[in-house]
Structure formats: C-alpha cells, structure tokens
Write a protein of this length. Structure first.
Length: 622
C-alpha cells in the first residue's frame, strides 16, 4: 500500500516543514494548566493560550499531529462508537498554525496543493465552503487552479463560523469536502435523505479539512471586534483522510475502520475468535463489537501511556469505563479470557513508529489493562446474568424500559456504568430509565456529602474513640512510607485499620494506614490529600482527609462499597489521590515560597514565615 496512515501523517508534516513551520510533537491527552478540560479534545487545545493572548509562541508557524480524545462533556462520541464507520473516541488531528503570520491568501492555496498535488485526490471530486460573508476567502478560492466552477458554497454560522466559547476569539471557517460518489450514500444515517455538502448524517459528502481564520473577538453582547493579530487554525482528521486515500488506491469504498491501522488491530482481535460465524465482516452486530474494541484499544493505550490508571475519579473512571466496555464487547464475540492487553500490543504495533511512548510503556500498559480486565471479569458475567433475568421479566410484562433502580444496582454492585448497561440493552431492543438512575445517583451523592460533613465535624472535635478494631496492629504502632512526591497512585498493603463514631447516629468512619501511600498527609500548612482506596475484591473507600499519627499516615473516610472486613490488615489495596486537587494545593504551596521570596526582596531579610495555610482553593502566608 502506497498511502499508509504513517506516510500520510509524515507527508503532511513534511509539506508544512518545507513552508517554514516548526514541527512540534503531540501534546499529552491530559491538558496542562487547563482545568476546564478533562482531555485534549481538539488540535487547538495546546495552543489555546496563544489565541487568548496569555502566552507568546516561540515561533509563528507550527505544524503537528495531535492525539485527541472525545469522551466527556460537550464532545462525547462514546455512544456512537462502533455503530458506524467513522465515530471514534481517540483520533489524530493534523494541524498547521499561524500565530499572527500568514493568513487566507497562503493557507487556502497551500491546503489545495496538499490535497490535490501531494495526496493526489482528484479536483473534480472536491468542493469548497466559506462563511456567508467571507468575500476575502471566496476570492482566494476563485483563484485556485482546477477547482470546477460552481464548487464554492457559502454557509452560515452553524457550519462555517468557529468560536472558542460564547465570548472570546472567533472567526469564519473554510472547508474542503469530497464527494465519495453514489455508493457512499448507502452509509448515510437516513437512507432516503438528499445528500449534499454540510448535510447532517450524509456519508457521501464528507469534510477533508477545516481552515479556521481567527480574526474577531466577541464580547458579552455579541459584538465582533477585529483582533490586532489574525491567526490560522486548521484541523484535518487523519483517519478520515486515510480512508479516502486508501479507497482511491484500492478502488474499494472504505470506512475509517477499514484503514491499515485498524485492520492491524482487528486482525489481532480475530485471533481470539473461535469459528467463522463471528469473523469481521460476517454480521453487523459482531462488527460493532470489533470496531468498539479497536477504537477503545487506542484510547486505553494512550491514556495509560500518558500516566492515567483505572480508578473512580474523573479521567481514571473514563479509562475504567473504556476497559470495561471493551471487555463486554469481547463477551459479545465469545471471548471469555482476558485479551485486551494483546489488543493493546496490536495498537502499539500499528502506531508505535509515530508514538514511541506506546512501545516504551508497553509493560505498564499491559499490567494496568490486565488487572482491570481481570477484576471486572469476575463481576461481568454476574451482571450480564442479571440483565438477562430483567429482560426476560420485561418481555413477560410487555415492557421495554429497564427500571432505574436495576441500572443503579448494576452500577453500584457490579461496576456497570450507565452507558454500558444502555449499550447492552440497545442490542436487545430495550432502553433504560436514565432519569430514575440519575435520581438514585444524586441520593447517593447527598448521603456522601452528609457523611463528609459528619466526618469533618468529628475531626474538628477529636480523633474519636476506636469503637471497632479490625486488626491486631493498633494505629499508633503502625508506620507508613510516603511515596507521593511524583506519584498520584500506588499499590500497597493495609497495616492498620479501624472505625469510629463521634455520635451514636453518625455514619461509621474508617481510618486506614498503609505500608506505602501517595497520599500527602496534612503538614507544612498544606491540607491532606483526598481520593479513593480500593481493595482487590472491589471494596471502595472514599478518603476525605489524610493525617499523620505517630509514624503512620492515616487515611480518613467512609466505605462506599463492600463490607468493613475487606479493609483488614494484610489486604492489598490500590490508592488513588484526587490529582487536580493535589496539583492545585501544590501550586498554592509553591506560591507561598514565591511570596516569601518577594516579600524579602521588597521589605528586607527580616521578613520570616511564621506559618501558612495551603488548600486547593487559596493560600495564607503568616
């Protein structure tokens, strides 16, 4: 194959390197210094501060291939993944950027040259779009060679105007679309719809690249004011381009999952399949599972390579969901044993040349996936059995909606996220009462908030009497080692654990000491870490404070799941801190040192620190 995904990626970077762009590596999937995003979900995220004027770029021309993840918030494609040929959680975005340098007169002809001359996509298959009032871009397009007459279309704000938010930098877009022919119309979301450029759900006309021209600032009243510097922000989905170019090369219409990268992964999945009836391409229901596993394997591998491990908070929970969804799709294909680590190896084989972190972190990726898949496998079958029983009951009653309390039991007892339950039911023609599930979740959160208030009040009053001793090692005789200078999670063994109640009617509070812990105990003015502790059997404790007690680091919290006995000395546990909270506290801790230095510089060396208070929200310097 001439146009492999690797070659397409490199040809893009080489093209813009020849036009004096600095080629920069992909930023991590975890955005640095941006608490508004869980993940890097677009190519512009690493450059956001340049557009806002908060930082000055080292160079005005940049090109990159950015790894992206859309699985949370506004951009969440999880439910659609596997059910068509083009939705993904993880994807690669090719981009070239101008920070106050070149503009429309250069950006448009360059992309036309890339698409038609370098990638050799026939001009007669292409269309261009501009914003309805963007006469400047329209005039540039009229001058490009070989674009057939009548192929420049104007659209409104929905399709051809980009904005970062309700206020801030924004501007018109110009796009290149390809007509994939009558054959592609069979893949449209609505089979009898009229196909066309920018028609929602149309699979015949698809966007190949989007050129955003950031030239305005929108204020709170909606007024557009020209920016002092104008920028170019482009985005080209690599998987989509590969499907087009490999289709042209093979004379066979391909979807994103038919390109070389995914075929390497799907071939590995097929090695675990017994019999021909569930081979890829035989049945659409099985193909959905193949595509979902192939997609998720990339997202899982890159998340772990970027430092995320399965857990119950934010990014860690997203990773856990992806692994559990993949394991469930494996069951759909008849795969009973743990297999996802091998699929991750295939993802590294397909993408490791461009992203060596997949290779260098291979052992870590395998370990994290296998542990999570094995743990969930123990409850997956029982949860699926419960769903089967409930479906049989619903069928007998002539109903089609699974009650919210059953979905909540699947989540609380078996670790089934709501989207996983919905996915299983959808394949059987059933839905779930999401509102009922949300109501029960909110009741659980309210109980948690009330419990935290009780615990905090108890901690203010005293350390509390020990009403239940779980092990033979008293807390005051236990010792712990802090390992959290550069770690946000770890594995260890419980060395002491006990519970107390400040008042008869208060909720039971648990205190746990571990041999090693990444949790920072309150000290030096900085508050103690929060997070979760999970046992090998799946019992879960929410930690809302961490304290020092003699030689032990004591984690204080409440049990969310599982019996008290699961937190017995000698039990193996996983400890995961609230990373964003820790990072915020560390920043404020550093700020106290900077403030101390500044005060001495301005007021003299007689200034000294008498104390401080450092929390994620604020700091106090005494």
């Amino acid at each position: 194959m001439k146009w492999t995904t690797d070659r397409i990626r490199q040809s893009f970077l080489d093209f813009f390197a020849e036009r004096r762009h600095q080629i920069v590596p992909s930023a991590p999937l975890i955005p640095k210094g941006d608490p508004t995003l869980l993940f890097t979900n677009a190519g512009m995220v690493p450059f956001k501060d340049y557009f806002l004027g908060l930082r000055t770029p080292a160079t005005r021309r940049v090109a990159d291939c950015q790894k992206c993840l859309r699985i949370s918030g506004k951009h969440n494609d999880l439910e659609a993944v596997g059910r068509d040929s083009y939705h993904h959680t993880f994807f690669e975005m090719l981009g070239n950027w101008s920070f106050g340098d070149y503009y429309k007169a250069e950006a448009i002809p360059w992309h036309w040259e890339l698409v038609t001359k370098v990638w050799e996509i026939p001009a007669e298959k292409l269309w261009a779009t501009v914003y309805k009032d963007d006469d400047e871009a329209f005039a540039v397009w009229e001058k490009v060679p070989d674009l057939p007459a009548g192929r420049i279309l104007r659209f409104g704000e929905k399709d051809n105007f980009w904005e970062m938010g309700e206020t801030g930098p924004c501007g018109p877009c110009s796009e290149i679309h390809i007509d994939r022919g009558d054959e592609a119309a069979q893949f449209c979301e609505h089979p009898r719809q009229a196909c066309g450029v920018n028609v929602d759900g149309c699979a015949r006309f698809i966007e190949l690249g989007n050129l955003v021209f950031i030239q305005y600032n929108r204020d709170g009243g909606g007024k557009l004011t020209p920016l002092p510097m104008r920028h170019v922000d482009t985005g080209t989905g690599l998987e989509r381009v590969a499907s087009v170019m490999q289709s042209l090369e093979t004379a066979r219409l391909l979807g994103n999952y038919d390109i070389d990268v995914f075929q390497t992964i799907i071939a590995t999945i097929q090695q675990f399949i017994i019999g021909d009836d569930k081979k890829y391409g035989k049945h659409e229901e099985s193909d959905i599972s193949y595509r979902a596993i192939a997609d998720h394997s990339r997202a899982i591998s890159f998340l772990i390579a970027d430092g995320v491990l399965p857990g119950n908070t934010d990014r860690e929970y997203v990773l856990r969901r992806l692994i559990r969804r993949s394991a469930r799709h494996g069951r759909q294909l008849g795969i009973e044993q743990p297999f996802l680590a091998e699929i991750a190896n295939a993802a590294a084989e397909a993408m490791g040349r461009a992203y060596p972190e997949l290779v260098s972190n291979a052992a870590r990726i395998r370990k994290a996936i296998t542990e999570e898949e094995t743990r969930f496998g123990e409850t997956l079958d029982r949860g699926l059995e419960l769903i089967d029983v409930e479906i049989e009951r619903l069928q007998g009653a002539g109903q089609s909606v699974l009650p919210g309390e059953v979905a909540f039991k699947l989540y609380d007892t078996y670790g089934f996220p709501l989207d996983l339950t919905s996915d299983v039911l959808r394949n059987r023609g059933f839905t779930v009462d999401a509102n009922g599930f949300d109501l029960l979740m909110e009741e659980q959160r309210e109980r948690g908030r009330a419990a935290r208030m009780t615990i905090n009040e108890s901690l203010r009053i005293s350390e509390g009497p020990m009403t239940l001793q779980l092990g033979s090692t008293p807390m005051q005789e236990a010792s712990s080692k802090f390992i959290g200078n550069h770690l946000y999670q770890g594995e260890s063994e419980i060395v002491a654990a006990n519970t107390f109640q400040q008042q008869p009617e208060s909720e039971l509070v648990i205190r746990i000491a571990a041999a090693e812990t990444p949790f920072y105990p309150e000290g030096g003015g900085q508050v103690g870490d929060r997070g979760v502790i999970e046992t090998e059997s799946g019992a879960l404790a929410e930690i809302i404070d961490t304290r020092k007690q003699n030689g032990a680091i004591v984690h204080v919290g409440r049990i969310l799941r599982g019996p008290i006995g699961d937190f017995h000395p000698g039990k193996r546990i996983k400890l995961q801190i609230d990373r964003e909270r820790r990072d915020a506290a560390m920043l404020n801790h550093s700020a106290t040192h900077i403030l101390h230095y500044a005060l001495r510089e301005i007021l003299g060396n007689e200034v000294h620190q008498a104390g401080s208070m450092v929390s994620p929200e604020r700091l106090r310097f005494d």
